[in-house]
Design a binder for this molecule. Structure first.
Ligand SMILES: Nc1ncnc2c1ncn2[C@@H]1O[C@H](COP(=O)(O)OP(=O)(O)OP(=O)(O)O)[C@@H](O)[C@H]1O
Ligand SMILES: [Mg+2]
Length: 275
């Protein structure tokens, strides 16, 4: 009898192994600016720990889509649902402003292309990192400073720069500081808009390496907007190619970059390879 019971449990477990549950589910997401299309009918799932790259030419709707996902812009129609830490699934359009802000401060990060948009330029580097901790209730000054020093180290900023304001930092250092500020709360999902854009090539390469390590070690899910296919190749498992606001191709990054199917995706990939 004990055997039968065990067998029944085993069978039930086997039959019930759930597919990994999506963190973010996007359905029919559309944003119009008056008569102009920002993005149109975008749908996808993002799983915990998964990195999705969004690529496409200038004006194809990448930033519009990212801003709608991160609730920085209200979509014209469509839905975005998010699995909260307690396991409940919420339609993000129904969050209160306080809930949305809490999510943005704790569970999410947003890395802007221009670090000045994501940092407080007149507050010290340590303050920029510590502020996010204080926002979620950390109060102990010594512990906050220690965590800030630890994070500065992780993004390769020397501890003796902790009291300098980001104004005194180079572009690459500012971007690394922005990353530390975003990751210090151990978010589950990070949105990035051209995180390596505007930096020179050698700085880009190091930053990418650093980002890749952090994303992997922290099992972060991320949506990364980039026009640089090398960034997509290095960081993402999946890629979406956008043109004129629509997704024209979607799939595993290696598959899409090695064997693009849509003529525009083929053009995009070949234009990079011939450079
Ligand atoms: N605030 C706005 N008002 C009106 N139209 C807008 C606005 N923001 C974006 N658009 C339009 O929406 C479309 C998509 O723009 P978006 O900024 O999302 O493109 P993108 O792919 O991020 O481009 P880039 O690579 O240049 O950053 C474009 O036609 C753009 O002109
Ligand atoms: Mg953009």
């Amino acid at each position: 009898m004990a055997d039968r019971a065990t067998g029944a449990v085993a069978a039930a477990t086997e039959g019930a192994v759930p597919p990994e549950r999506a963190l973010l589910t996007v359905s029919g997401l559309t944003k119009h600016y008056g008569a102009r299309i920002g993005c149109e009918d975008v749908s996808f799932d993002l799983h915990p720990g998964e990195v999705l790259a969004i690529v496409g030419e200038s004006g194809s709707g990448k930033t519009t889509l990212l801003d709608c996902l991160a609730q920085r812009l209200a979509p014209t129609c469509g839905t975005v649902t998010y699995r909260m830490r307690d396991g409940s699934v919420r339609d993000l359009a129904t969050l209160t402003e306080a809930e949305r802000r809490l999510l943005a401060r704790t569970d999410w990060g947003f890395v802007h292309q221009n670090p000045a948009d994501g940092l407080r330029m007149t507050v010290s580097a340590g303050g920029n990192v510590g502020e996010r901790l204080m926002a979620i209730g950390h109060r102990h000054y010594g512990a906050i400073r220690d965590t800030a020093i630890d994070w500065l180290g992780r993004v390769e900023i020397a501890a003796d720069r902790i009291d300098d304001a980001p104004r005194a930092f180079s572009g690459g250092m500012r971007q690394r500081l922005q990353i530390a500020r975003n990751l210090v709360t151990a978010p589950r999902l990070v949105f990035m808009d051209e995180p390596t854009g505007g930096l020179d090539v050698s700085v880009q390469a190091r930053l990418l390496d650093l980002l890749r390590g952090l994303v992997r070690d922290m099992r972060l899910a991320a949506v990364v907007v980039t026009h640089d296919l090398a960034v997509a190749r290095l960081l993402s498992q999946r890629i979406m190619v956008m043109k004129d606001g629509r997704v024209v191709e979607e799939g595993l990054t290696d598959r899409v970059l090695d064997d693009p199917q849509h003529p525009y995706a083929q053009l995009l990939v070949s234009s990079i390879l011939t450079v």
